[in-house]
Design a protein around this ligand. Structure first.
Ligand code: HEC
Ligand code: HEC
Length: 135
């Protein structure tokens, strides 16, 4: 009897401890395939970045993202099938490096505006103009 009660109490405690661990564990990241953006980025923040890139290049989401294989009417945002997506990652890193090295701006600093961003070069175009090689 006593033994059983003890086991029940220990069992209850174990459940409480486990529940505590589960509750304090960091939330599961929302996104599956982030390599350059912060893994814990919120939904709103990611949306803002994507809208910025879209506008800076004058494109739509499907310029970098490919459709789902099983349902081509929907997008597979985690897929890396389109090379433009990986180019965008490299562009993001390049932009961050230039900002840091030449403008002493730290990526993600919300107290200042980044000196250089995609739109600085792209001006709403996929390919920035290079006037000197145009006839
Ligand atoms: C210029 C290219 C580009 C455009 C345009 C773009 N994205 Fe992205 N998107 C990316 C890249 C690059 C990543 C991955 C970032 C990383 O690796 O950290 C990404 C990641 C995402 C993810 C996270 C997917 C996951 O689970 O990993 C979502 C959701 C997403 N984009 C939605 C959108 C939406 C919606 C639009 C249109 C409003 C859009 N994107 C436009 C380049 C782009
Ligand atoms: C310092 C100027 C500069 C900045 C800043 C910049 N880009 Fe670019 N980007 C270029 C140039 C120049 C090209 C064209 C390269 C070429 O012709 O091969 C290019 C090409 C691209 C392409 C490929 C276009 C294609 O048709 O193949 C993507 C995608 C892209 N940039 C996304 C971005 C994103 C997203 C950002 C911001 C995170 C960004 N770029 C910031 C200069 C810049």
């Amino acid at each position: 009897m006593v033994f059983n009660k003890k086991m029940t109490v220990i069992g209850m405690l174990a459940i409480l401890v486990l529940a505590g661990i589960a509750a304090s564990a960091p939330p599961k990241p929302t996104y599956k395939n982030l390599k350059v953006l912060p893994k814990n980025i919120t939904h709103d923040e990611l949306d803002k970045v994507m809208d910025e890139w879209k506008a800076a290049l004058g494109v739509r989401c499907n310029y970098c993202h490919s459709p789902r294989k099983d349902d081509p009417k929907k997008m597979d945002f985690a897929s890396d099938d389109k090379p433009e997506k990986d180019i965008a990652r490299k562009m993001y890193q390049m932009t961050a490096r230039i900002n840091k090295k030449y403008f002493h701006y730290k990526q993600g600093d919300t107290t200042a505006i980044a000196p250089l961003s995609c739109v600085t070069c792209h001006h709403g175009k996929e390919h920035p103009d290079n006037v000197s090689v145009k006839k």
